[in-house]
Write a protein that binds this ligand. Structure first.
Ligand code: NAP
Ligand code: HSE
Length: 436
């Protein structure tokens, strides 16, 4: 058997500790599969003495991850998190000092992925990041390798386990937003700063990576339209259900006539659709391509073990690689060949919309809303009016829910603005896009 592959792990938290346990528990099996042992030679964390629930006996401790990256290891595994700071400095240092890199850090890749991919190429090194998108689902390898003969036209999916877990529990158990989030944090699903999850930014980071691989374009994380789930109430979830939909936080990228559309927002999906069945921490990525047609991959999207599975797979790929072999580019094509990103503006987005108005219950309100929609050329698929919800000063509040036929984002925004100007609303309208 060849010399062991010496890895250094920077960050031994939820993912790092699970990875160490996987590598320890499966040491012999992995050695047989890879033709060499994988040894955790060194690690770095903020605290040296913390009990991490994993055995790091014999591994050298570095309090500086950059020093770890420059030490005598073969592979640097970055599991610290964050788009800059220690994660970026140590990954750069690793690639500059001839170490292959494995990372689960989507924020880092969304911001610096092209630079890091170029650095890896220049130095003939592997940069693997399967765990960065959709946890345990092997979507990066699928798109980058298995589908490389396809032209992909659209990718969409549930890319954040925390949000899907929360929306599922809010729907099934009527639990509050805050309690669901606390449970997601306790279970190790959420980011260190959970506003990345609920604000939609974590989904956006993952989407930016998928867009680049799908369309061969440069990563453009700042060009994504992002809405999170913090405005979603139990009332929206119930209304969606009543109308035959379920609310999911989706990330969508697609080619349109005017460019590439990238968007993250709560989305109504038909109750009977495949994506609507994806509950809890499970993620799903659906894609449409010219040769294969439609493909949906689903599986656990967050949590220590699911993520460690993908990180360990990336390490095994490096253990199996042999010196002198051609290394595949990290983003599916050489970094210099990635095309400039051509953005399709959000106002040109076409689709159906769910709009919920809370109005004063006065004669003519219903008709005036319908008129405003017609003035903006928006045809309505269904209208639901609810019984009084709570008394207000000059009458009672009513909820009016519209489902539009396919229209444009700019028409819907203009119609809502006109309706707000008419003065019948007693709360800000809720607008949720529909994806079929
Ligand atoms: P975590 O539990 O917060 O662990 C972070 C680790 O990094 C801790 O061990 C911490 O040390 C260490 N660390 C922080 N700053 C450091 C520094 N300056 N130098 C050295 N070590 C430092 O995070 P996690 O959930 O494992 O996530 C790690 C990465 O995986 C992130 O990029 C995350 O986005 C990604 N990811 C997470 C999941 C998931 O389900 N959790 C899934 C997919 C991807 P101490 O322990 O001493 O504080
Ligand atoms: N916080 C992330 C999520 C971790 O909930 O999906 C996996 O990337």
């Amino acid at each position: 058997m060849e010399n062991p592959l010496k890895i250094g792990i920077a960050g031994v938290g939820t993912v790092g500790a699970s990875l160490v346990n996987v590598l320890n528990n499966k040491q012999n099996a992995l050695a047989n599969r890879c033709g060499r042992r994988i040894d955790v030679a060194a690690f770095s964390a903020r605290s040296r003495d913390k009990d991490r629930g994993c055995d790091l006996t014999g591994a050298e401790f570095f309090d500086d991850p950059v020093k770890l990256a420059q030490s005598g290891i073969d592979v640097f595994v970055e599991l610290i998190g964050g788009e800059d700071g220690a994660a970026l400095e140590s990954v750069r240092a690793a690639l500059k000092s001839g170490k292959h890199v494995v990372t689960a850090n989507k924020a880092l890749l969304a911001r610096h992925g092209v630079e890091l991919a170029a650095l890896a190429e220049e130095n003939g090194l592997i940069l693997n990041f399967e765990a960065a998108v959709a946890g345990g689902i092997p979507i990066i390898k699928t798109m980058r390798e298995a589908l490389s003969a396809n032209d992909i036209t659209r990718v969409y999916g549930i890319l954040n386990g925390t949000c899907n877990y929360m929306l599922t529990r809010m729907e099934n158990e009527g639990i509050s937003f805050e309690d669901c989030l606390a449970d997601a944090q306790r279970l190790g699903y959420a980011e260190a700063d959970p506003t990345f999850d609920i604000g939609g930014f974590d989904t956006a980071h993952k989407l930016a990576i998928l867009t680049s691989i799908a369309f061969g374009s440069q990563i453009a994380a700042d060009e994504i339209y992002v809405e999170g789930i913090s405005n979603i109430t139990n009332a929206d979830i119930e209304a969606a259900h009543e109308l035959g939909y379920r609310i999911k936080l989706l990330g969508v990228c697609q080619k349109t006539a005017s460019g590439i559309e990238q968007r993250v927002h709560p989305t109504m999906v038909p109750l009977e659709s495949e994506i609507a069945q994806i509950g809890g921490v499970t993620n799903a990525v659906a894609l449409e391509a010219d040769i294969v047609g439609e493909l949906v991959l689903s599986g656990p999207g967050a949590g220590g073990m699911a993520t460690a599975s993908a990180v360990a797979g990336d390490i095994c790929d490096i253990a199996k690689s042999r010196p002198g072999r051609q290394i595949a580019p990290a983003l599916g094509r050489p970094a210099a060949e990635l095309e400039p990103y051509r953005k399709a503006r959000m106002r040109t987005h076409e689709g159906g919309y769910f709009i919920r108005f809370t109005v004063r219950d006065k004669t003519g309100v219903f008709a005036s809303i319908a008129t405003r929609m017609a003035e903006h050329d928006i045809s309505l698929d269904s209208i639901v009016q609810h019984a009084p919800a709570r008394p207000v000063e000059d009458g009672e509040a009513k909820t009016i829910i519209l489902i539009t036929d396919e229209t444009t984002e700019s028409a819907v925004r203009a119609a809502i603005e006109a309706i707000e100007g008419d003065g019948h609303l007693i709360a800000r309208p809720q607008m949720i896009r529909i994806e079929l």
